[in-house]
Ligand binder design. Structure first.
Ligand code: ADP
Ligand code: ASP
Ligand code: MG
Length: 438
């Protein structure tokens, strides 16, 4: 009988350079008797660097080639530290980059999002080739799998929606037999393909989600995401002191926290796992022996206060021009426009003639929304805000969070969650007289 399948995901930080890749190989060496599907992201911050290539190319700027060359060079430096110069991996990686060079030689494509996915996906394609080759070199038999042969999406570039029935069928037909052969199977996070075989991406930071898609399709025994933190913490340690690790968490708590900005897990990750009761472990690749956080549905719901902060928020204050109520039919027409421009609404409040929305300020979506409803509504947009979500709040925590901030919108939901949209109190420059007495 075949072993139960486990899914591991290693993000950009865990494979950022040669030392990091060696560390991942050491972790995996402990698991080499097991059937594991491994999902990897692009190395380090390569996706950001590739986004710059796309931007330059879209503007017809020749620096796109220099930027791509720099990225190539960084990969070659890492490979130089892991492989002999004659290793096949150099050709494999080179061939992948050549495809992007061809794309850059052509005129920028009319669809920015299409072009973005064709270029940015190279990050995962090359990182996965490098890590798979290194594991093989370390005598851990690893088959490389192209995630685009499994994950079928619609044609919405940069935000591909998974077409589940086909994805499940392809996973059972292609990925499962590979895993049952023994050894590891290693694939890319973040990428998929349309039915016409064009590459799509699933949205930034989407590799956790890819691992959950595979876990669902393979009926995995469990899934582990390896991070640079000991597990899920009560808040982001980059923003807050005195955070503590949560040993256990329910799916519900995890989905609430991640939806509102706890960046440790991509918010779309939880649903596929919850739907098949697949437990999720969040563990540290820096201290892999640690217990991490265990996320499942058999967890009691008593928690300390937890804080998530989402930057890049815009507050849209919408009011009717003719003093009519923002009631039923207005609300439904507003929601139609929200859906059309794909605004992600994080918080809303309404009064008789006005309606406030806190949204993720992505591209020019808020402006397009305002333009489409301009005839009937006046819209004021305030940008560069933060949305703070506190689960299981205590008064002293809320007081601390409000200090130094102006609260523009606040709401308490069932006593369990407080959300506030805030901006910093402006620093007023005081004049002092430094001149000596005359
Ligand atoms: P990946 O390497 O998989 O891309 P990320 O960098 O996206 O991983 O996620 C890990 C980071 O998430 C941590 O370094 C931490 O700063 C941040 N983070 C935000 N909220 C939390 C939280 N509640 N618990 C732990 N880490 C958090
Ligand atoms: N490399 C992609 C990104 O940086 C996907 C991921 O890391 O999850 O957005
Ligand atoms: Mg990430």
């Amino acid at each position: 009988m075949s072993h139960p399948i486990r899914v591991f995901k290693f993000g950009g930080a865990s494979i950022k350079d040669a030392a990091a890749i060696k560390n991942v190989a050491d972790i995996l060496n402990q698991y080499k008797e097991e059937s594991i599907l491994i999902v990897v992201s692009a190395m380090g911050k390569m996706t950001n660097a590739l986004e710059e290539v796309v931007e330059a190319h879209a503007k017809g700027d020749a620096t796109a080639f220099d930027k791509l060359n720099k990225i190539k060079q960084q990969h070659y430096t890492t490979m130089g530290m892991l492989f002999d110069e004659k290793d096949d991996v150099f050709n494999l990686v080179n061939d992948t980059f050549v495809e992007i060079e061809w794309a850059l030689e052509e005129e920028p494509h009319d669809s920015y999002d299409y072009m973005y996915d064709q270029i940015v996906s190279v990050g995962e394609l090359v990182s996965s080739k490098i890590v798979a080759a290194y594991l093989n070199k370390q005598k851990m038999s690893t088959q490389w799998l192209d995630a685009r042969d499994i994950i079928l999406t619609d044609n919405i570039y940069r935000e591909g929606w998974v077409q589940w029935p086909d994805t499940i069928e392809r996973c059972n037909r292609i990925a499962e037999p590979m895993i049952n052969k023994g050894g590891f199977v290693l694939t890319q996070g973040f990428i998929g393909s349309t039915s016409e075989n064009f590459t799509t991406t699933l949205g930034r930071e989407g590799s956790d989600y890819t691992a959950a898609i595979f876990s669902y399709c393979l009926d995995a025994k469990d899934m582990t995401i390896w991070k640079d933190v000991p597990g899920v913490l009560t808040a982001d340690p980059r923003k807050f002191d005195n955070v503590s690790k949560l040993d256990r968490l329910s799916y519900k708590e995890a989905i609430e926290m991640t939806y509102y900005g706890a960046k440790v897990i991509h918010p779309k990750t939880i649903k596929p796992l919850q739907n098949k009761s697949i437990p999720l472990y969040v563990k540290s690749f820096i201290a892999p022996e640690g217990s991490g956080t265990y996320i499942s549905d058999e967890v009691d719901d008593t928690y300390p206060p937890m804080v998530a902060v989402e930057d890049g928020q815009a507050l849209l204050q919408i009011s009717t021009r003719d003093f009519s109520f923002v009631a039923e039919h207005h609300i439904s027409s507003l929601f139609n426009v929200i859906a059309n421009v794909r605004l992600q609404v994080n918080m809303m409040q309404n009064s008789a003639i006005s309606f406030s929305l806190c949204v993720n300020d992505i591209d020019d979506r808020a402006d397009r929304f305002a333009a489409q409803i301009e005839k009937d509504f006046k819209v004021m947009i305030e940008r560069d805000l933060e949305l703070i979500t506190v689960r299981h709040p205590l008064d002293n925590v809320l007081t601390n969070l409000r200090s130094g901030k102006i609260v523009l919108l606040e709401e308490k939901i069932k006593g369990r969650t407080v959300q506030m949209v805030v901006k910093d109190v402006p620093v007023i420059r005081r004049k002092i007289n430094t001149r000596e007495k005359e």
